[in-house]
Design a binder for this molecule. Sequence first.
Ligand code: DAH
Length: 338
Amino acid sequence: MREKIKRLLIEINSFSTNSKEELELFRIKMLGKKGEVTILFDNFKSVEVIIKKEIGQLLNELKTNTQQKINDLKQLTESNGDVDRKIMDLTLPSQSISIGSRHPLSLVKNEIINIFSRIGFAVSDGPEIEDDWHNFSALNFSEEHPARDMQDTFFIEDKIALRTHTSSIQVRVMENSKPPVRTISPGRVYRNEAISARAHCFFHQVEGLYIDKNVSFADLKQTLLYFAKEMFGSDTKIRLRPSYFPFTEPSAEMDISCPFCSGKGCNICKGSGWVEILGCGMVDPAVLDNCKIDSKQHSGFAFGMGVERITMLKYQTNDLRLFSENDVRFMNQFKTEL
Ligand code: DAH
């Protein structure tokens, strides 16, 4: 027995590993139910009395040595794990995360802003909750104008409503600046309409305003022609049809040659070769005066376009509701390079 213990002590002391699995096998081999050390303890009963004390001490020493060895090696294997982690190659490319896409309305809005900024237009902003003066009265809407009707406007309280168009920002800009003014105002607007493929209770507009001395209808026309060509391609043609808005005189609606059939006639333009994209006109002198700009000294033009309308024409989208549903199958189609 003495010999056996000494042999085991040598074996245990010289054992080494950095693998957790091997260490566990070693533990079972020595201290398991049928392990070598355990069996020696079992056999201790039959040791002759005179050497019991000596063998007992040797056995205890063997057991503590074994346990100590196992503990030491256990610590080592665990810190080895750390070492493995520390030498991870941090220069490897990480797993790619999927990035979202810009909303198509934002893409088009930004493009509109870019196009106009190239010819000196600044960007201005205004509140979505607007008072009667800025949304209607200053813009020459008579008291009986149907757009003031509860059917079209979401009122919050008497004379306070969600703005029905971005023309309200025109008023704010004119009230707060001196000509020359060259600005566009993108924003969300609200109308009390039933939601369908062609109408929604909220949508987006970009308003344009140019005020200076001697601004003419020719300036308006040329500015809008430049915009149409930049937005829809250099072959695009425009036409202006007489129209009516309370805040412009004269007023017009602008069509572009149909971007789908280049003016030949298709079902998008209903065979006419033209599609309407915006309203415009010369700012009514009464509006200038309302906003404390001397209409004898200054003139200006304004225009307003629906961002959804432009987006639908640019991306051949046929249902307005897609823009507010945030269906990723729709949105993913607008992924662009960052
Ligand atoms: N505010 C008009 C609308 O919502 C659009 C518009 C027409 C704006 C003519 C203008 C303009 O500035 O001159 O339908």
